[in-house]
Design a protein around this ligand. Structure first.
Ligand code: ADP
Length: 554
């Protein structure tokens, strides 16, 4: 800024000096010219008066010119030079009829002009007067040209210019220092606090206004940023933002958790440095072409789905947003649902095929009358099995649906277990299994139906998978304020590798044994759902050929 002010001052000073010098030299030159013309006029008047009175021969031009150094020329009416006091032989002189001063004199009686010499250093002033006999009397005098005048004053002019420039520099220096100090002294936080110069008041006011505007905008931006961060950081889905050069601009916490990485080290890197899988590349490239694209990818223990969306501004792709969804659970549920449907169809088909086969035989009179009761019993058994299966499927489906409400009432779990044991006593007796119930009266607020499913399936399994003359202990107790149910048998046991799988739907260790005993493969799955419904957990301790204990903590 200072330099600019200095420069401006310099040019102003220089231009002023030049203009003043030109005006001065021009005025000076003009005055000289006027003085010369006046002198020549007076001299011409005097000489012409002499000529009129005495005639040419008696006029001593030189003497008439007196002390002046005027050149005197007498010119005939046709322009031929008759006499010139500076030229001896005038015959060689050119005709003067076209000279400006002569032309003017022929018109107006007198005329003047001036001509600059070829070297431009001098200027000759002419004055012509028309005599009564038609001739012309011309006087001329040499003087300095305007240019020479200027050259002559140039050294003085340069000195003055340097002095003036020096002074203006000094003034400029102090002025700018004052202005700059005043501007620098404005408190930008509170510009209106101290008014430095009244002239800066408008600027200070504007600064104050801008300050407030910037603060409001900053506040708004912070709020927006806060909201955006709150949304993106709390969403379950992973979110990655790329610029148009595929560089990562942002990655939320869910995304970092999904990929088990720290996002900060990937900010600014290209997406391929973070994930170079084909599905990710597909999504990115497609979004860069302006298309919404989705692709799936298997990570270590997860399956994720990418949704790529282009960010468009004025029809130009500014970047990409990639949404990363963890679809592991969804896929698992979907797979389970498919497996369940397939299993259900298969399980239903077996008894139905039997029933249909037996009925067909009877319909076509292919069964001897004495065998009919046996066939009818088979149909009855298969129907019972089918019914149990359908009931269990309904139960599992209902337990899957978290919205179903089962109601609750205070249940004495020990008495409840006794009821179930009593109901299963015939089955136990038929297999020579002794059931022993023990424990405390534990009150629990639960659904009778669900408690029945839990006890019935556990005790029934303990009898079904027991050995002849085996034993079954059912114990109800309270541990750390929570009900604990243990069902322990001396049965066939569950192989270690299947101990977690027996709670899966339709999973049986020995399919034929389970079917023989009328099992559906859904009993323990129902137990697991009931325990989960009450927020509990199950323990299993089993040894092959020694027995199994299943402990339920509610
Ligand atoms: P199922 O109707 O076949 O009994 P469950 O879901 O009740 O179906 O049990 C699943 C499988 O777990 C059974 O088929 C059986 O192989 C095994 N199992 C369950 N309880 C016991 C137990 N007490 N002792 C040995 N094996 C058992």
């Amino acid at each position: 800024m200072k330099q600019r002010i200095y420069r401006n001052y310099f040019w102003v000073a220089l231009t002023t000096i030049l203009i003043v010098s030109f005006v001065f030299v021009f005025s000076y030159n003009r005055t000289i010219h006027d003085q010369k013309e006046e002198g020549m006029r007076e001299e011409a008047e005097f000489i012409s008066a002499l000529l009129e009175k005495q005639g040419d021969a008696d006029v001593d031009f030189q003497a008439a010119a007196g002390k002046t150094d005027f050149r005197i020329t007498l010119i005939a009416e046709n322009g031929m030079v008759l006499y010139d006091n500076k030229v001896k032989d005038v015959s060689g002189m050119e005709n003067h009829a076209k000279r400006p001063e002569i032309l003017k004199a022929s018109k107006n009686g007198e005329g003047s002009s001036s001509r600059i010499s070829s070297t431009i250093q001098s200027e000759t002033y002419y004055y012509a007067r028309k005599l009564s006999d038609g001739r012309y009397l011309r006087l001329s005098s040499k003087g300095l040209s305007i240019w020479s005048g200027f050259v002559q004053v140039l050294p003085a002019l340069t000195g003055i210019a340097l002095f003036v420039i020096f002074i203006t520099f000094l003034i400029a220096h102090f002025l700018t220092r004052n202005i700059v100090e005043a501007i620098n002294g404005i408190d930008l936080e509170n510009p209106m606090e101290h008014l430095v110069f009244p002239e800066l008041g408008v600027l200070q006011k504007r600064l104050g206004f801008q300050n407030r505007k910037i603060q409001t905008q900053m506040q708004n931006m912070k709020e927006q940023e806060y909201k955006l961060t709150a949304i993106t950081e709390n969403m379950n889905e992973g979110l990655i933002m790329l610029d148009a050069d595929r560089r990562i601009q942002y990655m939320n916490q869910s995304c970092q958790d999904l990929f088990e990485v720290s996002g900060s080290k990937f900010i600014g890197q290209t997406i391929s440095g973070f994930c170079d899988s084909i599905p990710m590349q597909e999504v990115v490239e497609s979004a860069l072409k302006g298309n919404v694209h989705t692709a799936m990818q298997e990570l270590d223990h997860k399956k994720v789905q990418y949704f790529g969306n282009p960010i468009l501004e004025n029809q130009k792709i500014q970047g990409i947003i990639i949404l990363v969804l963890d679809i592991t659970e969804r896929e698992r549920t979907e797979r389970m649902r498919k497996e369940f449907s397939a299993n259900v169809s298969h399980e239903l088909k077996t008894p139905l095929t039997s029933i249909s086969g037996f009925a067909e035989l009877m319909e076509n009179h292919l069964v001897a009358p004495e065998d009919v009761p046996e066939f009818a019993a088979k149909i009855h058994r298969e129907s019972e099995r089918l019914l149990t299966l359908v009931n269990d499927i309904i139960k599992v489906s209902q337990l899957d649906d978290k919205e179903v409400y089962y109601g609750k009432e205070n249940i004495d779990l020990l008495s409840f277990a006794k009821e179930v044991c009593d109901r299963l006593e015939p089955m136990a007796q038929s297999r020579n299994v002794t059931v022993e119930l023990s424990g405390d009266a534990v009150l629990y607020l639960a659904s009778r139906q669900l408690m029945n499913d839990l006890f019935y399936n556990l005790i029934e399994n303990g009898i079904k998978y027991n050995k002849p003359n085996g034993k079954l202990w059912v114990t109800v107790s309270e541990k750390k304020g929570h009900p604990c149910i243990s069902v322990k048998d001396t049965g066939i046991g569950v192989p270690m590798k299947y101990q977690s799988r027996i709670f899966e739907r339709f999973f049986r260790v020995d399919k034929s044994h389970s079917k023989q005993t009328g099992g559906t493969g859904l009993g323990l799955s129902i137990v697991k759902h009931v325990v989960e419904y009450y927020g509990g957990y199950i323990e299993i301790h089993s040894k092959m050929e020694e027995g199994t204990e299943i402990v339920v903590h509610l």
